[in-house]
Ligand binder design. Structure first.
Ligand code: PLP
Length: 458
């Protein structure tokens, strides 16, 4: 029997007659997840799936991890909730200490929220308030990149450059400005070196800052490795060092959104470590709680923190569930486990194995344009014509077909595409848990290969 939950839930499916849950799209029907163990999810019909995308790059430790569950139970026995206007908690303090110890140089303070969009909203407001505090209230513009995703609340949606997600909300979105993403597969010109490409993009950002008024820009926001809208697209060499110096030149803050690519996903705790730069603010979520609790965070630099501490003495923001003790207890254990050197080494090793397996199975495939990514964060871009990189007709929803075929083969992969800015095609994202073993990587390769073959044939 189906649960008649009077809840609003944002994920797809739900036969309207069978459920009261408003899912992301109405109609169709998804299986009910019944149990999870390790890298597997079992549905109510007893079918088992490899969680090859960790949901949406969330389940970094897999399901049913005994140590995380024990930490949550212990916290539940002590106290589940205390409001931040009265109390802090040892678990929240410990989590903040742990994150700061792991973070890139200079990120010394932590603001704990309940998810990725909340983290992005908080980071944007922090950046704005920073300039108010230091006497530059005229700064009002945010610059982000096209084909990016930063969340679904209004501020975060405005920052995102995904035309399809923005379309019907455009009239009510705060104004945000966009420049090109760093997307070598499609945008690096023939004969252009990665360095020259990076320089071209940095010039574009500088031109945008000057167009808006150098002393009117608050921040530039970008994902170090783009997840949901491009499918694990990392920057070319030099890109972020150039971006960092352009921001510094004009006193613009750099916000890096590591909600999807952070927390060990790319093989280092923070993806930006691989770029050799430190942002002023970084947002994290997803892997921070590993799916055990909803949690997100903003890490901020001493410079930003001091502007509040020595200014108004308050960050003018807040939600009822910030610093939630249950979420902090789960995240504290998750971060302790994923930051172990052997865990991150497994992410890198299994990530290489996944890339090599995908290259071998799909590298010559007539409809696979690009296979890319870092660590256990890999994207496959599907095209109608490999030579010209022409996407499939969006009406075919090739990404959704692949997801369906993958599920039929017992694999979960995260699909996206078709209608983004009308110019890129379909991709699927693979982001399995960090505890995955070599033979399980090989199964993912085999199943996704079969799913792509079947989807493009159908
Ligand atoms: N930022 C990035 C880069 C994301 O990928 C996402 C979600 O996919 C978000 C922000 C929003 O996070 P949430 O869905 O937890 O609100």
């Amino acid at each position: 029997m189906r649960l008649r939950a009077a809840a609003l839930c944002p994920r797809q499916s739900g036969n309207a007659e069978m459920t009261r849950i408003l899912h992301r799209s109405i109609g169709g029907r998804l299986p009910q997840a019944a149990a999870g163990q390790g890298i597997f999810i079992t549905d109510n019909d007893g079918r088992s799936y490899i969680d090859g995308s960790g949901g949406a790059a969330v389940s970094c430790l897999g399901h049913g991890h005994p140590e995380v569950m024990a930490a949550m139970r212990a916290q539940m026995d002590r106290i589940a909730y205390a409001h931040t206007s009265f109390f802090t908690t040892d678990v929240a303090e410990e989590l903040a200490e742990r994150l700061v110890a792991l973070a890139p140089e200079g990120l010394d303070y932590v603001y704990l929220v309940s998810g990725g969009s909340e983290a992005v909203e908080a980071a944007m407001k922090m950046a704005r308030q920073y300039f108010v505090e230091i006497g530059q209230p005229q700064r009002r513009h945010f610059i982000a990149r096209r084909q990016s995703y930063h969340g679904n609340t209004l501020g975060a949606l405005a920052a995102g450059g995904n035309a399809w997600r923005r379309a019907q909300f455009q009239p009510i979105l705060p104004e945000t400005h966009h420049v090109s993403p760093c997307y070598a597969y499609r945008d690096q010109r023939d004969g252009e070196t990665p360095e020259a490409y990076a320089a071209r993009l940095a010039d574009e950002l500088e031109a945008k800052i000057l167009e808006l008024g150098a002393d009117e820009v608050i921040a530039f926001i970008a994902e170090p490795v783009v997840g949901a809208t491009l499918g694990a697209v990392g920057p070319v060499a030099d890109y972020f060092t150039r971006i960092r110096s352009i921001c510094d030149k004009y006193g613009v803050l750099l916000i890096l959104d590591e909600v999807m690519c952070g927390m060990g996903r790319t093989g280092t705790m923070f993806a930006c470590e691989q770029e050799g730069i430190s942002p002023d603010l970084v947002t994290i979520a997803k892997g921070l709680g590993g799916g055990y609790q909803p949690i997100g965070a903003v890490l901020l630099s001493d410079k930003v923190y001091r502007s509040f501490a020595e200014g108004s003495g308050l960050f003018q923001h807040g939600h009822t569930y910030i610093c939630h003790p249950m979420a902090a207890a789960a995240a504290n254990k998750v971060v302790e486990l994923i930051s172990q050197p052997e865990m991150l080494a497994n992410v890198r090793m299994m990530g290489e194995r996944l890339q090599a397996g995908l290259d071998a199975r799909l590298g010559q495939h007539a409809h696979v344009g690009d296979i890319r990514g870092r660590g256990l964060f890999r994207g496959i871009e599907i095209v109608a014509d490999k030579e010209t990189k022409t996407p499939f007709d969006p009406a075919l929803k090739m990404h959704a077909r692949i997801k369906k075929e993958a599920m039929a083969r017992g694999l979960l992969c995260y699909p996206m595409g078709g209608t983004i800015d009308g110019r890129i095609g379909d991709h699927v994202l693979l982001a399995p848990p960090y505890i995955i073993r070599p033979e399980e990587i090989d199964q993912i390769v085999e199943r996704i290969g079969g799913a792509i073959d079947a989807a493009v044939r159908s």
